[in-house]
Ligand binder design. Structure first.
Ligand SMILES: Nc1ncnc2c1ncn2[C@@H]1O[C@H](COP(=O)(O)OP(=O)(O)O)[C@@H](O)[C@H]1O
Ligand SMILES: [Mg+2]
Length: 168
């Protein structure tokens, strides 16, 4: 049994820091990985995904999938599936919507409100929990749940935070 549990906690002082964290995470992900994003409404889940998707080259608007359940972004032949299960009334809605097929391919799955589909959702590689910090920023806590998740997080912690460029 590999030692696949690694936890990383980072303070995100403002929205730019959440976007930057998403971008750093993007550099560590691989095809077929599944990332759960947990935290209350307004915790910053969509913001983190927005930073991640922009970093991989998504140039258009990154909409929250609150109403569509899934937004698909195709980048360099790799699909990024961004889910939001907030509106599920019961976990079976996941099966009724036929969403399980998305998790069987090589796409990267980024899931907001995974707990609302929990019994039917394939296991995560990474679990990311966002919460409000006392200074009005956010705290992000990442926990690995597989060997490839552990490798991803090990890589993430090896990459230093990028500093913001000075204004022009
Ligand atoms: N680190 C942060 N500090 C302060 N505000 C943030 C931070 N990260 C994101 N936000 C803000 O939080 C709000 C809600 O973010 P959003 O990503 O929509 O949350 P969620 O998807 O978890 O409901 C947005 O206005 C966003 O700008
Ligand atoms: Mg959201």
């Amino acid at each position: 049994m590999p030692d696949d549990h690694l936890t990383v906690a980072v303070a995100l002082t403002d929205e730019a820091a959440t976007l930057d964290f998403g971008a750093r995470l993007a550099a560590c992900l691989h095809a077929g990985m599944s990332v759960w994003l947990e935290g209350d409404l307004g915790a910053g889940k969509t913001t983190l995904v927005r930073g991640l998707l922009r970093a991989v080259g998504v140039t258009g608007t990154v909409r929250s999938p609150t109403y569509t359940l899934v937004e698909v972004h195709l980048v360099s032949g790799l699909n990024f599936y961004h889910f939001d299960f907030y509106r599920f009334n019961q976990p079976e809605d996941f099966l009724d919507a036929g969403l399980d097929e998305y998790f069987q391919g090589q796409g990267v799955c980024l899931v907001e409100w995974p707990e609302r589909a929990a019994p039917y959702l394939p296991p995560a590689d990474l679990r990311i929990a966002l919460s409000l910090a006392p200074d009005h920023g956010r705290l992000v806590r990442c926990q690995t749940a597989s060997e490839r998740g552990r490798r991803c997080l090990a890589l993430l912690t090896a990459v230093p935070c990028s500093s913001s460029p000075p204004p022009a």
